[in-house]
Design a protein around this ligand. Sequence first.
Ligand code: ADP
Ligand code: GN1
Ligand code: MG
Length: 357
Amino acid sequence: MNEMNLQNVLNAFNIKHNIAPYGNGHINDTFCSDPTKYIIQRINTKIFTNPDELMENIENVTLFLKEKIVALGGDPDRETLTVIKTIDGENCYKYNDDYVYRVYTFIDNTKTVENDKTVEDLYNAGKGFGKFQQMLADFPVEKLHETIKDFHNTPKRVEALKTAIAEDKAGRVKSVQSEIEFALKNAEFASMVVDLMAKGEVLPRVTHNDTKINNILFDNETGEAIAVIDLDTVMPGSMLYDFGDALRMGASTGAEDETDLGKVSVDRECFKFFAKGYLEETKDVLTPMEIELLPFSMKLMTYECGIRFLTDYLNGDTYFKIHREHHNLDRARNQFKLVAELNEIEDELKAVVKSLL
Ligand code: ADP
Ligand code: GN1
Ligand code: MG
């Protein structure tokens, strides 16, 4: 998008500030105004193909959350996203079908953490995601559109990987035989949660579905996790997806794309502190089956993300943003390193969860 077109976007929202790229998301293009008043995002319409439904979800969810936050004595402008309308009263601006923009108020005096996290951050994140889950427990689920179909249907992700192998669009299959072998060998546990949900043994809930640790904002002064952001995938799901996905990055000793795999292992303390915060908020509503599967959920979500990175690598890097050649392969190897370790330590992590109850 050239500068003149970007100016159209700013005019549509009556923003007079300069803007610059911001954040480390893999999906949308994010900009921040100077001074920091607005977050401007180009919605990735290749992934979110129905931006109207997406924005309707976000409006409904944030308005619902604001009422809850007020009832709990919190600050509705700081503790969830606020959608800014265009001068025509729309919740997004469509320059054309490919260039769809939305604006949120910038939540000031906060930080996100990436790999510089502490155990206190993990405890606070656990509380933040747990509280988010609790606040949405009675959200009218029939109002939610499914923004990405089968988002955490891990067996379907395995099928997508198999299709990518068969098609070999980027001619890379030959060079990643050991990663493919690892992915397929571990597929045996992929359907565990979807099967239990189908049997009614794991409950469907309204979940975030993209709880990575940089999708929550921490207050600069108190360190508390105050706002869960990146609400594009709020949909019915299992709480196991949210718990496991947060730990995938939150309880790794390395960055998600660290290539020195000697630096990548499961950080038990981070696991424990996140679980402690999460359980403090949710333990009264979780079923024994959900609690039993908490350690497994970290493995499942790490595996799922690993095979998604590998699939994207085989497809020629069309989904996740990459910043270097083979970036998706590096990410896949990194996730698989964690999965291999998680295969060995499930009992140890179960004991951690037990000690917190
Ligand atoms: P993506 O879907 O690409 O991950 P996000 O919605 O997570 O995009 O935004 C990317 C980054 O921008 C976040 O990790 C966070 O640092 C920052 N961010 C997004 N929304 C806000 C906001 N309202 N206030 C402050 N920072 C924000
Ligand atoms: C994407 O949007 P972002 O960067 O927070 C992805 C998640 C992956 C994550 C891997 C909509 O999250 O599912 O787990 O990258 N979001 C979408 O880092 O696909
Ligand atoms: Mg994000």
